[in-house]
Ligand binder design. Sequence first.
Ligand SMILES: Cc1cc2nc3c(=O)[nH]c(=O)nc-3n(C[C@H](O)[C@H](O)[C@H](O)COP(=O)(O)OP(=O)(O)OC[C@H]3O[C@@H](n4cnc5c(N)ncnc54)[C@H](O)[C@@H]3O)c2cc1C
Length: 401
Amino acid sequence: MIRLGVNIDHVATLRNARGELHPNPVKAAKYVKKAGAHSVTIHLREDRRHINDFDAKKICSIKKLLVNLEISTNPKIVNIALKIWEGLSQELNYNVMFSQRGVMNLAHNLQDVRDLKRRTHANRLNGIDAVYLNTEQVKKFCPIINTSQDIRYPVLGGTLQRRAGTARHDAVAWGYARGADEMGVDIIQNCEVKGIKRNGDTVEGIETTKGFIKTNKIGVVAAGHSSVIANMAGLRLPLESKPLQALVSEPVKPVIDTVVMSNAVHAYVSQSDKGELVIGAGTDDYISYSQKGSHDIVEGTLNAILELYPIFSRMRMLRQWGGIVDICPDASPIISKTSIKGLYFNCGWGTGGFKATPGSGDLFAHTIANDEPHKLNAAFNINRFVSGDLVDEHGAAAVAH
Ligand SMILES: Cc1cc2nc3c(=O)[nH]c(=O)nc-3n(C[C@H](O)[C@H](O)[C@H](O)COP(=O)(O)OP(=O)(O)OC[C@H]3O[C@@H](n4cnc5c(N)ncnc54)[C@H](O)[C@@H]3O)c2cc1C
């Protein structure tokens, strides 16, 4: 059935512009309900330019009215992940080289400034530390950034999350693998899944290069290849798979002790313990499973990096690689059961799934064990692409996809 939802934000915008009490968004919500709409949408924005906290409270308390309250839900998962990261080395008894050196996101135009301020406030509303820095504060925090205003991407400010940082990805994979092994999990290496066996709408097992594994529950966490595996079960996922590239330079003495990202160009840079610059680029614009990525993306990224950090102009890149990332249309992940009984997917993390690993893993385990989502991942179900209850939170991934 087609359902009607009415966005009443601009009723409040008009009231605010008039500086009066009319028109009243709470009354508007009641009219909309009376007229037969199924829901109203309100967006509690950082600058409260539409509805305010009082309106939101009143509208949400209207009996039997479905309210689509637009506010971030993703940060909660990332925040759980961050708490787990902080104790992960101790928990796994394996040094995952977690380093809370801060992550700064730069703003290069007025829209960036607005978006990043909104993101800062959305994070703070969710109890996550974040501050907005002006250009001088950015320069103070990371002196090698070029803050002159006549460059192609002038720095107008940036957000800073001090508790964020880096971890070494292979150490994390090994740490988890060892921890799982100690708990009795069988890890079968070099074993490719080739097919999923179904009996009607229920899974029966998986075909692999090392034989058949009978099971009534399958949790798929295959990132860029999630659609390929879904296809084996006859399921179509709302995902696009694209190459994403990273580069590593020759090692140099410590020069940058934080992580700096730029959404406008999707270039980010940090320095590894060995002294290499670790540079990330954006995704290719087209769908592909080629683990290389296009040259023009690397060229664009390095051009932007050189403009922002002229100090790197004579450095040589040692290696470059591409991986396949799985991107959902609303830029939020899927942690969900599916229409096939016993088949679960954790995917759609795009270019930002590493940081969420512990949080998403916990919630996925809960979903598989209980055959029901945890309340924190309930919104990230696959049915949202049918019901329209999307989680359109591009900012939460902290990147530009
Ligand atoms: C270059 C690059 C840079 C990135 N940088 C960041 C970053 O800075 N921060 C961040 O948070 N995220 C980053 N990401 C994204 C992040 O790496 C992913 O979101 C994350 O690794 C996804 O984790 P996962 O466990 O879901 O999947 P993966 O870690 O990709 O694991 C999926 C596994 O499934 C296996 N697999 C696939 N198909 C099959 C099959 N048929 N049979 C058996 N096994 C199969 C694969 O071999 C792989 O080992 C980056 C990604 C890339 C490519």
